[in-house]
Design a protein around this ligand. Structure first.
Ligand code: NAP
Length: 241
């Protein structure tokens, strides 16, 4: 094993699991550090795995244990995202459906959890070696692209994530020039998150987690710190804010 590591947060995500597989095939010697609410899965058998409830205290605790490992972190990829939840709350179709509890849960998971990780991991990733930090965003978070309406909370929580990353990029360009930020839209991908919304998606537009993970791996491998954030889709095409 080398001294290099990648960090995968929200590792139970189906895209994340395919991503870990793609990354370990690409660089078998890299240390994979995975974080999830879940315990280790079969795919994570060889990883260094941290179970975490994403409370502020546990995020800090896991981040300081990662720092103590003294590894050089090449990339951090944050997969956490919620669209519909275990209480059967679904994306809003009209104003009357806006619900504070659902909306707050989405802002917490989709916007704040990625930012708390960026905050907590800064000491472990700031340095001389390039580190690519990616959060899974979504095209529906683009304000200029919003022609269809609906999905108030999911859209806005991803737009807020985009603004948080844009703001962090301005700061990191001064404080930690080795860090490159990416906001990645995977396209509609066949995972539990999109399951209830796949009916009208043509087969060729419904991607497998393996395809998306391969695309994401390529984008990360070809990215370099440049003091900006890139908001891109699976083809590495820029998305308008
Ligand atoms: N699938 C799509 O079509 C699609 C399209 C656009 C964007 N995305 C984005 O892609 C990312 C990965 O999603 P996926 O499609 O792979 O979905 P998934 O398999 O359902 O994965 C869900 C992810 O969200 C995390 N999560 C779920 N509930 C959570 C909670 N209560 N608190 C904290 N974290 C929670 C999970 O983390 P744990 O490992 O901790 O369980 C996991 O990382 C998401 O950010 C999603 O918004 C997906």
């Amino acid at each position: 094993m080398t001294n290099l590591a990648i960090i995968v947060i929200g590792a139970s995500s189906e895209i994340a699991q395919a991503f870990v597989k793609a990354q370990t095939e690409q660089s078998p010697d890299v240390n994979v550090i995975s974080v999830s609410r879940q315990t280790k899965t079969a795919q994570q058998a060889n990883n260094l795995h941290f179970q975490c409830d994403y409370s502020k205290a546990q995020i800090r605790q896991v981040a300081s244990r990662i720092l103590e490992l003294g590894l050089t972190v090449k990339s951090v990829t944050i997969f956490n995202g919620l669209l519909h939840d275990e209480f059967d709350k679904f994306p809003e179709k009209k104003l009357e459906e806006i619900d504070l509890e659902y909306s707050m849960a989405l802002f917490n998971i989709n916007t704040m959890i990625p930012m708390l990780w960026l905050q907590a991991l800064l000491p472990a990733i700031k340095g001389k070696q390039p580190c690519i930090v990616t959060a899974l965003s979504a095209r529906v978070g683009s304000i200029s692209d919003n022609q269809m309406g609906g999905w108030y909370s999911y859209r806005s929580s991803k737009s807020a994530l985009n603004m948080m990353f844009k703001t962090a990029a301005v700061e990191l360009a001064r404080r930690a020039k080795n860090i490159k930020l990416i906001l990645f839209h995977p396209g509609t991908t066949d995972t539990p998150l999109s399951k209830p919304f796949q009916a009208n998606v043509p087969d060729e537009k419904l991607f497998t987690p393996e395809f998306v993970a391969h695309q994401l791996s390529g984008i990360i491998a070809n990215s370099h710190p440049d003091g900006t954030v890139s908001y891109v889709d699976w083809q590495n095409k820029l998305i308008e804010w």
